[in-house]
Design a protein around this ligand. Sequence first.
Ligand code: MRU
Length: 358
Amino acid sequence: MRDRLLAAEKVKAIDWRDGALYLLDQRILPFEEKWIAYTSAAGVAEAIRSMVVRGAPAIGISAAYAMVLSARARIAEGCDWQAEWEEDYALLADSRPTAVNLFWALGRMRDRLDRLKEDADPLAALEAEAIAIHESDREANLTMAQLGVDLIRKHQGNAQTILTHCNTGALATGGFGTALGVIRGAFIEGMVERVYADETRPWLQGSRLTAWELANEGIPVTLNADSAAAHIMKTKGITWVIVGADRITANGDVANKIGTYQLAVSAMHHGVRFMVVAPSSTIDMNLASGDDIPIEERDGSELLCVGGQRVGAEVEAFNPVFDVTPADLIDAIVTEKGIVERPDTAKMAQLMCRKRLH
Ligand SMILES: CSC[C@@H](O)[C@@H](O)C(=O)COP(=O)(O)O
C-alpha cells in the first residue's frame, strides 16, 4: 500500500530549493496556482499570518525553514546573530496562536542550535533539521494513512461514505495529508464511495482546497454547506467523519477548524464514527485540557465579505476560527505512533511514550 500511497503524492504546497522557501499561495486557489518565493523570516511570518500557507503541519514546516533563512541573514550581518535570530523566532511564534506544530517546530530548531558542537556550521545544522522536520511529516502521513485505513477496515470494511471538514490534505502538510491522507488511502484500497466536503466557512478551505484536491485525483466528492452536515449524516449513510487537528491536549481534547465540535456532537447523535488524524507534533502534553488552548479570532471581514465583496450588514462580527471537541466525543485519534481509541489522559500518555511506527 505504501508504494500506491506514494504514487498518489501529486500536489505539494512547500518547496525548499536554491536557498529560498517557495509556498503555493492558498489564498487564490483553485483559480490560480502561483508560487511565492520567500527569503526572509519576516516574509514567512507574514505568509503564515495571511494564510498563504495554512494547515497545522505546513505552518510548522514553513516556520522551520524560516529559521534557516533567519540564520543565513543574521550570520551575514555579523555581530550577535543569535540574539537577532531569537527576534525572528518570536516574530514567527506570534504569527498564529492555535496550531501547536508551529511552536513544536520552532522549539526543535532552537534545540538543534543549543546542541551544536563548537566547531559545527550552524546554518548547515539548521537546514538539515528543517529538512528532517519536513521529511518526517511526510513519513507520518504515510503511516497514519495505513493505520487509518486498517481502522476503517476493522469496523466496517468497504463502501465508506465519509464526511470531512476544512482542508487536511497535501496543501496542509508536508506529505499527502492527515485526514485526507486516510481518505486517499481508503480510496486507493477501493473502500470509498463518496466524500462529502464541508465548505468550511468563512475561509472556504473545503470548497476551494479539499474539493480541488479530491476532484484532481478522481475521488468522488460532493460539496455541502457546513450547516447541511447533520442532515447529510441522517440521510446519506455517512459511516465516518474524518478530520485533522491543530492541537490535541493531554486528555485527548482536540482543537480543529471551527465547526468540528458541532460535527462531533452530530456524529454521536447519529451513531457515526468520529476519527481525528494528526501527527504527534500536534499533541501538546503541556496542556491538561482543551480549555487551555488559545483560540485564534480573525478579522470579522472574513465573515462579512465574500470574494472581497461585502455581503453582511453593518454589524460587528465574531470570527473564532477554531473550536475544541471534547475527548469523549471522539472514537479514535490516529497518529504515526499508533491509534488511541476513546482517548483519555492515561491513553494519551501511553501513546506519547511509544516510538514512531516508521
Ligand atoms: C492537516 S491540517 C489539520 C488542521 O490544521 C486543519 O484541519 C485546520 O483546521 C486548518 O486551519 P487553517 O486555519 O486553514 O490553518
